[in-house]
Design a binder for this molecule. Structure first.
Ligand SMILES: Cc1cc2nc3c(=O)[nH]c(=O)nc-3n(C[C@H](O)[C@H](O)[C@H](O)COP(=O)(O)OP(=O)(O)OC[C@H]3O[C@@H](n4cnc5c(N)ncnc54)[C@H](O)[C@@H]3O)c2cc1C
Ligand SMILES: CSCCC(=O)C(=O)O
Length: 492
């Protein structure tokens, strides 16, 4: 039998057929712009990409030693990372079903597992009064155990008889006993803790049974600590293991796309300043340094973030401007902390994965590659919204100090003493991006308007998809735009 009811969401062998040879100017060299150029190029179109930044990739940004970035506040950082150390400041993970994986395969970008969930990573909820972190495995054992105990008791006492048949009850109780590792009826279905909680010292040879963590805290204390707060993250269809990352940094994807497109077709440091639909062609003006230039093409694919495209003078109509301006934008930030030793592996036995906190740093990511290497890079914060803005308002030094002061609470002194260098990225303060991702108003006239070309101008970007904040969204939106452009050309 074939795998039931599953169709890859996007054909991996996407190709436009026919070679019409029209010219297309593409605004923005992020994933959407590069993909538009790549797919149109394969079909024989003559494409030119205008990208305002000094490199392609847009939000797909990997920072290495020597990279220099200046933000909207004029703060310049020069990354001091060692050779081989990299920091994915934007995207970091890919789900298996995403079309991003097909592009990695087609472009020859090798991928490796990205560890999105780790039983040995920590949970730390300061606001719940925790004074030390708890391992994920321990938190899960206790929460699953107590929830199972409660549900088993209610079931066995007949509280759910209106919902359950006698057979359902038997099956549910059997499931709960295994799921929560609870006692049976004679033990009152009690959760008393098992080896699932983990050990202070793991079992050894001969008669060494190790030092089990032992009895769990009281039920009420487990719920009060709120350690279950983040369990559902890994249930998400977009975040469930296995996840993947390109070997050597996420920017291997735009690099490979740019190579396939041909770097001679990409103009960097080229800021688009105007778009005019002339009826028979599109005229785009742009600025390269002090030079003003102009480019005319048969069609245009515009992939700037919508809130920035809204500010570019054009003659596409006020409804288009209003629709572009109607995308609420989220802030996000990350810091990369390079350490001279991989103490999280040697001392804490954490090989990849994520620690979850209620601190303003939100998440701490450990590297999913380079295990047992000499150095390594930890993502010391990955936060959004108000937490991201709190950090983006600080200088890079202040950001590092704040992140390290928080991280020490979980990891101890090495979090500070082993630190070599850091680089932080504030997406809301990044020129030509000004935000992390948007929340499209699906179903509105404005959103739907932008799915149609405005004259000879097509729009694309993750913001025109149902996978915002994922490269998948940028890929499929670009495919959609070039497909309708191509249909029109072939029909004409
Ligand atoms: C912190 C963070 C984490 C993320 N995590 C993930 C993840 O784990 N996995 C994943 O798949 N995705 C993730 N994403 C989302 C992913 O980065 C985006 O969905 C994708 O990169 C968007 O591509 P795009 O081409 O639509 O937009 P962009 O990358 O924003 O491209 C737009 C381009 O337009 C350029 N531009 C702007 N103004 C002008 C102008 N006037 N003239 C010329 N060019 C201009 C910009 O410089 C930019 O290059 C994350 C994003 C962020 C910010
Ligand atoms: C937290 S979901 C939005 C950003 C993203 O795609 C990611 O970090 O996985």
């Amino acid at each position: 039998a074939v795998t039931p009811a599953f169709r890859p969401p996007e054909r991996s062998d996407f190709t436009l057929t026919g070679r019409p040879g029209a010219s297309v100017v593409i605004l923005g060299g992020g994933i959407a712009g590069l993909t538009a150029a790549y797919e149109l190029g394969k079909a024989g179109y003559r494409c030119t990409i205008l990208e305002a930044r000094h490199r392609v990739g847009g939000r797909n940004l990997t920072i290495r030693g020597g990279d220099v970035e200046t933000d909207l506040d004029g703060r310049t950082q020069r990354a001091g990372f060692s050779d081989g150390v990299y920091f994915n400041a934007g995207p970091g993970r890919i789900a298996q079903w995403m079309v991003t994986m097909d592009y990695c395969r087609e472009l020859g970008v090798p991928v490796e597992v990205f560890t999105n969930q780790n039983a040995d990573a920590w949970i730390y909820n300061e606001s719940a009064g925790m004074t030390e972190p708890v391992r994920y495995r321990t938190a899960k054992a206790d929460v699953y155990g107590y929830v199972s105990e409660l549900l088993a008791k209610a079931t066995d006492q007949g509280a759910l008889d209106a919902q359950l048949t006698a057979e359902d009850r038997t099956r549910l109780l059997a499931f709960l006993q295994s799921f929560g590792a609870i006692g049976g009826r004679t033990n009152g279905w009690a959760y008393t803790g098992t080896s699932r909680r983990g050990f202070a010292a793991y079992p050894g040879a001969g008669n060494d049974v190790g030092s089990p963590l032992g009895a769990p805290p009281a039920l009420s204390d487990v719920f009060a600590s709120n350690v279950g707060r983040y369990f559902s993250f890994e249930f998400g269809y977009d975040q469930a293991m296995l996840m993947f990352q390109p070997v050597g940094g996420m920017d291997q994807i735009p690099r490979a796309l740019a190579k396939a497109v041909g770097t001679h077709r990409i103009r960097l440091d080229a800021e688009v300043t105007g778009v005019t639909d002339r009826g028979g062609a599109v005229e785009v003006t742009y600025r390269q340094g002090s030079r003003q230039a102009q480019l005319t093409a048969d069609y245009c694919v515009a992939t700037l973030p919508p809130h920035l495209m809204a500010r570019v003078p054009h003659n596409l109509g006020t409804a288009v401007t209003a629709a572009l301006a109607d995308f609420p934008v989220t802030a996000a930030g990350k810091i990369g902390l390079e350490y001279r030793s991989r103490w999280w592996e040697t001392d804490q036995r954490i090989y990849g994965g994520i620690t979850e906190t209620d601190l303003d740093l939100s998440h701490i990511w450990y590297p999913s590659h380079g295990f047992h290497g000499k150095r390594g890079l930890v993502v010391g914060y990955y936060n959004t919204g108000a937490n991201a803005r709190a950090y983006s308002g600080l200088t890079p030094e202040q950001r590092r100090e704040r992140a390290v002061a928080q991280g020490v609470k979980i990891h101890g002194d090495k979090y500070r003493s082993e630190l070599v260098t850091s680089y932080s990225h504030a997406w809301d303060r990044t020129r030509y991006i000004e935000g992390a991702w948007t929340s499209p108003r699906y179903g509105t006239a404005g959103y739907n308007l932008l799915l149609q070309p405005a004259g000879r101008v097509y729009f694309a970007g993750d913001w025109l998809s149902h996978e915002v904040a994922w490269q998948h969204g940028a890929f499929v939106a670009a495919r959609s735009a070039v497909s309708s452009l191509h249909q029109r050309v072939m029909a004409g």
